[in-house]
Design a protein around this ligand. Structure first.
Ligand code: ZN
Length: 758
């Protein structure tokens, strides 16, 4: 079956212009309905229009539109009026959320010299919206606590746990200090969290020019990279615990929702934090002494990077208005004609930190073009089998507020009805980028084969395949380098966090995808006042053809999911991916063990004392107990059950697809579809992950200490990484059971499919 699939696919790809008489079968469709589907999809892909994308971006980014601003609400109302004008049934749903804004901000160097940080992003000549200072949110990190601290400064590189291990070896403590970390290496909220855990009393985060400034290319307005005074705003809420309104965990922030007192909101930071530009950071870093920073810690400022502590002494003051603001989610529905209670949900946020052309309007405008296209098809008689819910979220930037509160509010209905959630956010030029649930890996590969890359005219799948062949993973084996040529489907990454899919995938167990284009349009305006229409139309997808490609990709995916007789989940790629994850974590456990044995031996040999410069005060690493061997059998058994169930499902599907899939066309597949939806829910456990019950998905989660970066099989992987061996053993048993639960759910779907196809 697989070999046949590969042959057909490569035939089509070798001759992309040729329409073969027998198109590649659409999974979950009978031949008759597949033909009709392809016609509707082709019609749809002709609709999204670069001129319309440009016009809606210009409209939505004309003024700053953060949560609580006048223009945020005006945008929501304008989107609603567009939806209504196109004939869609739409409305605005509101929630009331905690949203702090700055009242006082100060960063001063007190000694050995004096310097006061400007904390301002200046107007740039030629960029018209950069001058809208009265409406711009000042640069700050939302959900930092109030604080007024004075202390010696310590440079902590990216401020991730590894960096603190290096500091320990150097005998440097951040206890009682203010740390300065550079952006990058983790999600920003991790930096104050780890700093606080190590005893720091304040945190500054700056954008080093090595990472997104002049080291990368020309700076704005001569080029796309961050200018000296550009600042990255952003949330520092402890989202790996739970995202959304800090006062209403697990429930929608409706008017009458029960709210925690501010003092019990555990997702606020423990220490005050402010973001600064490299213009403001340079005098602070230049005033540090102490050891010279290790090579990989050094940025691109024209100074020698020292770590401290001191003699630089810094005063940091940050105070906020702890207000409640209303957020406006715009929700449109296209009712399903056969399975109205199975939902395909598509979302992108509309709020921004400032004018937000790239983040998020490049994605928002694509979603609007999809909506216009789907509405046009509906007027021409297209009737999706499933209901389509189009969501334009507010409050994403602060902590996924709009999506989280809406999904928590409608959780019970979503658990019953939601089949798939498809997200997008910032979009740009380049390659298709997909992450998501591996039950949809095969499906989205199929969609990517039907969308044309606007610049090379290859299909976006082919272009991505060739890129993967040209850019193999640095540590990949020879077989892995050949994989993009040989495997039927290109692998998709797993989802961590960082956009609005989080509540759907991680909290509710709904199969999710995140789609976008990028990789050929670097820049350094993220979350600054310079992410605006001027920047986007000079340095990113300037002719909006990748905006059109995103609308075509996501719209095709939505239609193909909504119209299928049988939901096109696939468990082969899923099982294959789970197998890889189990291999990875088994290897990880062994490596941890071997590393500990080796390092203890080196300590006994006196290696550190002998080989590190005796004039520098480095400390040997601490001796550690050798980790026990873990028993991975429960995971192996779960995987074996999954493999068996997948094989049987594939056989049932192949039988149902015989004779042009007449069985699919004629059969009542309601129960089979419902069982398929239940497979994703079976990947969740009600009591969630260790110490973070909101995160219920046992396959995917953002890392506790990466923030956005994913941890797969997170309960097991993180307990191994954190050397919690007993917990790891318990988690292996739990996750093994989850894999067995998923196998049972697949067997349920197989039974219903077999019954329906008789
Ligand atoms: Zn965004």
């Amino acid at each position: 079956m697989k070999i046949l699939g590969v042959c057909i696919i490569s035939l089509v790809l070798l001759a992309p212009q040729v329409r073969t008489a027998e198109p590649v079968p659409l999974r979950g469709y009978s031949s008759d309905s597949a033909g009709a589907e392809r016609d509707w999809e082709a019609k749809f892909r002709g609709i999204p229009d670069p001129a319309a994308l440009r016009a809606s971006m210009q409209r939505l980014t004309a003024r700053p539109h953060h949560v609580g601003s006048a223009y945020d609400r005006e945008n929501a109302e304008w989107i609603l009026s567009q939806f209504t004008e196109w004939g869609l049934d739409a409305r605005i749903e509101t929630y009331d959320v905690l949203f702090p804004t700055p009242k006082e901000r100060a960063v001063e160097l007190l000694s050995p010299t004096r310097f006061t940080a400007r904390l301002e992003e200046p107007t740039v000549a030629g960029d018209p919206t950069s001058s809208q200072h009265a409406e711009q949110l000042p640069s700050y990190n939302a959900y930092s606590i109030d604080g007024d601290v004075t202390a010696p400064l310590v440079y902590v590189n990216y401020g991730v746990p590894d960096d603190y291990e290096a500091l320990e070896r150097l005998g440097i403590s951040v206890k009682g200090a203010i740390v300065i970390a550079r952006y990058g290496g983790s999600w920003r909220g991790i930096k104050p969290k780890v700093a606080g855990e190590h005893g720091a009393i304040g945190c500054l985060i700056y954008s080093d020019p090595r990472d997104d400034g002049y080291h990368q290319g020309d700076t704005f307005p001569n080029g796309p990279y961050r200018p000296a005074d550009g600042v990255q705003r952003g949330s520092v809420m402890d989202m790996p615990i739970y995202p959304g309104d800090p006062l209403t965990p697990g429930v929608g922030a409706t008017k009458d929702a029960k709210r925690l007192p501010l003092s019990e909101a555990v997702t606020l930071t423990k220490i005050p934090v402010l973001p600064i530009s490299y213009g403001d950071a340079q005098p602070l870093l230049a005033a540090l002494k102490g050891p010279v920073a290790p090579e990989r810690w050094r940025g691109a400022l024209p100074i020698t990077y020292h770590i401290g502590p001191g003699p630089a002494k810094v005063h940091l003051r940050a105070r906020f208005n702890w207000d409640t603001k209303t957020i406006y989610d715009v929700i449109a529905r296209i009712p399903g004609s056969v399975y109205p209670d199975e939902w395909i949900i598509r979302g992108n946020h509309h709020d921004a930190w400032v004018n937000g052309a790239e983040d998020p309007v490049s994605g928002t405008s694509a979603l609007l073009e999809e909506a216009r296209g789907l509405a046009a098809l509906a007027r021409q008689g297209w009737k999706p089998k499933r209901s389509i819910i189009l969501c334009v979220w507010d409050g994403e930037e602060e902590g996924l507020l709009g999506s989280t509160e809406w999904a928590e509010d409608h959780a019970e209905e979503l658990r019953r009805k939601a089949a798939v959630y498809i997200n997008s956010d910032s979009n740009g030029r380049g390659y298709l980028q997909v992450e998501g649930s591996h039950t949809l890996e095969r499906f989205i590969n199929g969609v990517a084969r039907d969308v044309e890359d606007p610049e090379t005219k290859l299909h976006v799948w082919k272009r991505l395949q060739l890129w993967r062949i040209a850019n193999p993973a640095a540590n990949g084996t020879a077989a892995e380098r050949q994989e993009p040529r040989q495997r039927a489907d290109l692998r998709i990454g797993a989802l961590g966090s960082g956009s609005d899919y989080t509540v759907f995938l991680d909290h509710l167990g709904i199969a999710s995808l995140n789609l976008g284009y990028g990789g050929e349009d670097g820049g350094g305006i993220y979350h600054s006042i310079y992410d605006d229409f001027y920047w986007y139309t000079h340095f990113s997808d300037t002719d909006f053809v990748y905006g059109r490609a995103l609308a075509q990709t996501a719209g095709t995916a939505v239609m193909r999911l909504a119209d299928a007789e049988l939901l096109p989940y696939d468990f082969d790629d899923f099982t294959d991916t789970i197998r890889r994850y189990i291999e990875e974590i088994s290897r990880l456990a062994l490596e941890k063990r071997e590393q500990t044995v080796e390092r203890n031996r080196q300590i006994d040999e006196g290696l550190f004392a002998a080989t590190e410069d005796p004039r520098e005060k480095t400390m040997p690493p601490p001796r550690e107990a050798v980790p026990p061997f873990l028993n991975f059998a429960p995971l192996e058994n779960g995987l074996a059950a999954l493999e068996r169930a997948t094989g049987l499902y594939d056989q049932a599907l192949a039988r149902a697809a015989e004779n042009g899939g007449a069985a699919l066309a004629g059969a009542a597949l309601r129960d089979a579809n419902a069982r398929l939806i239940a497979v994703e829910r079976a990947l969740t456990l009600d009591d969630g992950l260790p110490n973070r019950p909101w995160f219920k998905n046992q396959i995917y989660a953002p890392g506790l200490y990466t923030g956005y970066g994913v941890k797969t099989l997170p309960g097991v992987r993180e307990s191994i990484e954190r050397k919690q061996w007993q917990l790891a053993g318990e988690q292996i048993v739990r996750v093994g059971k989850v894999l067995e639960n998923a196998s049972e759910a697949i067997q349920g779907a197989t039974a219903e499919l077999t019954r329906a196809a008789k």
